[in-house]
Ligand binder design. Sequence first.
Ligand code: PHE
Length: 335
Amino acid sequence: MQDLLDSALARIHAAATTEDLEAVRVEVLGRKGVLTQLSKDMGKLAPEERASRGKFINTAKQAIETAYEGRRSEFERAALAQRLDAEWVDLTVPAPGVRPGSLHPITQIQWEIEDLFRSMGFSVLDGPEVETEFHNFDALNIPPDHPARDMQDTFWLEGGYLLRTHTSSVQVRGMEKLGPPLRMIAPGRVFRNESVDASHEHTFYQLEGMMIDRNVSVGNLIYFMKTLLTAIFKRDVTVRLRPGFFPFVEPGFELDIRCLICGGAGCPVCKQSGWVELLPCGLVNPHVLRLSGIDPAEWNGFAFGLGLTRLVMMRYAIDDIRWLQSGDLRFLRQF
Ligand code: PHE
């Protein structure tokens, strides 16, 4: 009898898994278990034996249940400890490197210039990259046989459409839609059918601008251009105008700045001239105003074109234009 209790207790302590433990419980305490059988058999015993047998069964049952519960909570604690181990997080370990993206240098300079012009009352306009021949050429006083078309090698599309060769097309749309007085800039991507090399890309960025009002003068143009260039280069710049030819401006100019590298003494960047050609500009040709439904007797204005891609190259001394569209992270992560 005592053997039965001892061996049950020993097996409970030795149980290695909850399944082992459960098996012992069923075998001893279950409906068909040894102890259960013993209590059922009590009726067959002589009355004087019954009391001591009953006492033994109760004690044994309690001892086994206690041992069983004890072992079971040991298993539970072990399982919990294992789970906590697995879920443990060391809050002091440094986080793995996160690399947030950054704005492309062209976007950065574009946004800077947009902010500047907005502060001077200009709207920032957007237009389609696939353009009509009218908006890209004709309305800018460049008829089909005009040699200026050859200056801008064009990607022609089906149906007379083309990829815009400059953002001047957006100025035409601005004049048509908003009318005078007008202060607008048009940043955007433009396309030219060029063979690609270190200084030529088929795709690049421009920011063109235009102001139309009453009595706009070359003085106004120079003022805005100087403000623009001072903001971009973060210092006073000296400018000069040379005559330049563009069918949509009259007079047309090439605006040069005194070389920022050598201060005008002459260096490789300015090809020893002391000046760097930066942006074309001029007073809007009256015919261009007329083509967009604006009366040149009442209104006039200036327009300018800024190569954003060129500007970024100058700002960061990037010597190959192809880097800008390369998508190469080694390049982009520097900005
Ligand atoms: N649209 C011209 C170009 O892309 C630049 C320009 C703009 C020239 C405005 C004069 C005035 O070449």
